[in-house]
Design a protein around this ligand. Structure first.
Ligand code: HC1
Length: 568
């Protein structure tokens, strides 16, 4: 152990601990801006500097390791004055549009300015003039608000291995952008939005589509239906001020009705449907010598990643559309017919934890109803803002139920939101369909958790089904490279684009970190346990859908509406 003193407190920590982490252990808060634990530890912004006895300059505590006998002061007048100076210099090149910024009151720079009592900026110098990039359907980049912390680059390069962002130029002209300042829409950016999740300011934000939804709700000719993704119910509380891990299913449904949606439906319903289609597709591939391993296809950032980086593996993707898109196609066909509504009048809104879903709904093949199947996608953050704009006291709303029939679901649909959930849901169904026996223990613990690559072998009748589960594209890459090398003998692989699965999607409430992801995962499985039905094939509304409309899994209508294919 290393012994040191921080603000007159004796501290003993492991060798290799940084001064910042050592200080946190004894409750001393050192402010940070560029730092993000385990992701971005580069000492760039200098907000975290401290005095170390004997050192000639201030030391950036986030990168400096502790040393035996070190004497650290974190809050001397000189340190505080230096931090204020750094902040003023950052603010001197900031547009100061806080009141009109999407990140107003959820901005780390704004918090620091308040904490340090900055009431004026003494330096009236040059301003960064790079233009806003609004080319992406998912993400808006405003380099004027960038503090050059490089968190977005770190997550894009090191976690997602996409490398859509890099640092251009030097000094004051530094720009964090796609290479050659190309538009994001022209890049291999997969729209995952993880950059927007880690950006400390409003330099990278989700495209705000709330105005389109307000307009649709105000249009008396439109029948506005909404679907809510599995993960949204364990996120929405945070977006309106509740603690992470809060379950807001019933309040979210009630809030959506108060906003004026004509029907409040659930993506969990089509998650259940996906299991029937995808489970049967897997069995068909196994029994007829189809392409294996089969890989899940519900995460649109992952699909785009595969198209850019592994086009040779596209045949491995399940042909199932995502539950979001299956829902849109059914809303404008099955539901329209059942409710006697002209599909041209149906406006289909999705609430998703995901920025890539905004891109997915615009893909040209996603119009099998004859219209754009899903008209607009809002992230959990955007719905939180709508609830707040509407003056709803969401926390105290009475819990309400989803509408029928597209709002009926099972616990299996619910767990789609956590990494491993799609696999667990599939196993619950495939086991019973293949063996004809009741699965005694439906909790496949081996599928759960944040581990980047999980593997398991599950006995299903005579077949030992070998599965893999990945979350975060860097982890997907490891498994894909194994397939390419001919070293993967899996039958089925679940890939989720974002770390932790959709509960950590790029449209999630900010902050999202490991601790918060774990709380959302816990809440997800609590919801699953609370459900009366927990296996997709037991969903009575899905059974009725087949009887009344689709006929059978992988049937003609299913192929028309629920499946697609990807070409290099
Ligand atoms: Fe997801 Fe999915 S689980 S992709 O993470 O398959 O976004 O929540 O809605 O479509 O169901 C996201 C979540 C979501 C789809 C489902």
């Amino acid at each position: 152990m290393i012994n040191l003193t921080i603000d007159n407190q004796k501290v003993a920590v492991e060798a290799g601990t940084t001064i910042l982490e050592a200080a946190r252990k004894v409750g001393v808060k050192i402010p940070t801006l560029c730092y993000l634990k385990d992701l971005n530890v580069i000492g760039a912004c200098r907000i975290c500097m401290v005095e170390v006895q004997g050192a000639r300059t201030f030391i950036p505590s986030c990168v400096a390791p502790v040393a035996e006998g070190m004497v650290v002061r974190t809050n001397t007048p000189a340190v505080i004055a230096a931090r204020k100076l750094v902040l003023e210099l950052i603010l001197s090149d900031h547009p100061m549009e806080c009141l009109t910024c999407l990140r107003n009151q959820n901005c780390e720079l704004q918090d620091l300015a308040k904490e340090f009592g900055i009431t004026e900026v003494r330096f009236d110098g040059a301003k960064t003039e790079y233009p806003i990039d609004d080319s992406s359907p998912s993400i808006i980049r405003d380099p004027r608000k960038c503090v050059l912390c490089r968190r977005c680059m770190s997550v894009c390069t090191n976690v997602q291995t996409v490398q859509a962002l890099c640092a251009e130029n030097r000094g004051f002209d530094t720009l964090i952008a796609p290479a050659f300042n190309e538009k994001l829409a022209n890049m291999e950016c997969v729209n995952c939005g993880q950059c927007s999740l880690v950006c400390p300011t409003g330099a990278i934000v989700e495209r705000d589509d709330t105005a389109k939804v307000w307009a649709a709700l105000a249009d008396p000719k439109k029948h506005v239906v909404v679907q809510t993704a599995p993960a949204t119910r364990v996120q929405l509380g945070e977006a309106v001020g509740a603690e992470p891990g809060s379950i807001f299913t019933g309040q979210m449904v009630a809030g959506l009705r108060r906003l004026g949606f004509d029907k409040v439906f659930d993506t969990d319903f089509t998650a259940d449907l996906t299991i029937l289609e995808e489970g049967n597709e897997l069995l068909q591939r196994v029994t007829t010598g189809g392409t294996l391993p089969m890989i899940t296809s519900c995460s649109p950032g992952w699909i785009k990643f595969c198209e850019h980086f592994y086009p040779d593996l596209l045949a491995h993707l399940s042909t199932c559309k995502s539950p979001q898109q299956m829902f849109g196609a059914l809303a404008k066909t099955y539901y329209a017919k059942k409710a006697g509504i002209d599909p041209a009048d149906i406006y289909c809104v999705s609430i998703m934890p995901c920025t890539a879903k905004k891109y997915e709904c615009r893909r040209p093949e996603m119009n099998s109803s004859g219209y754009q199947d899903v008209d607009v996608v809002l992230t959990s953050r955007e719905l939180g803002r709508m609830f707040i704009q509407a003056g709803l006291d969401t926390t105290n709303l009475p819990e309400e139920e989803y509408d029928e029939p597209l709002g009926i679901s099972t616990g299996a649909g619910e767990i789609f939101g956590a990494s491993g959930g799609v696999m667990e849901a599939a196993l619950r169904t495939v086991y019973e369909v293949v063996t004809g026996q009741t699965l005694e223990n439906i909790d496949f613990e081996v599928c759960r958790g944040l581990t980047g690559v999980k593997e398991a072998t599950v006995q299903v009748g005579d077949l030992s089904v070998k599965v893999a589960i990945t979350n975060g594209l860097g982890n997907a890459r490891k498994v894909l490279d194994k397939i390419r090398a001919g070293e993967a003998d899996y039958h089925f692989i679940e890939v989720m684009c974002c770390p932790g699965g959709c509960i950590g999607g790029g449209g999630s409430p900010i902050p999202t970190n490991t601790e918060i992801r774990l709380k959302r995962i816990d809440a997800t499985y609590t919801e699953d346990e609370r459900m009366v039905l927990r296996k997709s094939h037991e969903n009575p509304a899905v059974t009725a859908l087949y009887e009344e409309f689709l006929e059978k899994p992988l049937g003609h209508k299913s192929h028309e509406l629920l499946h697609t294919h990807y070409t290099p």
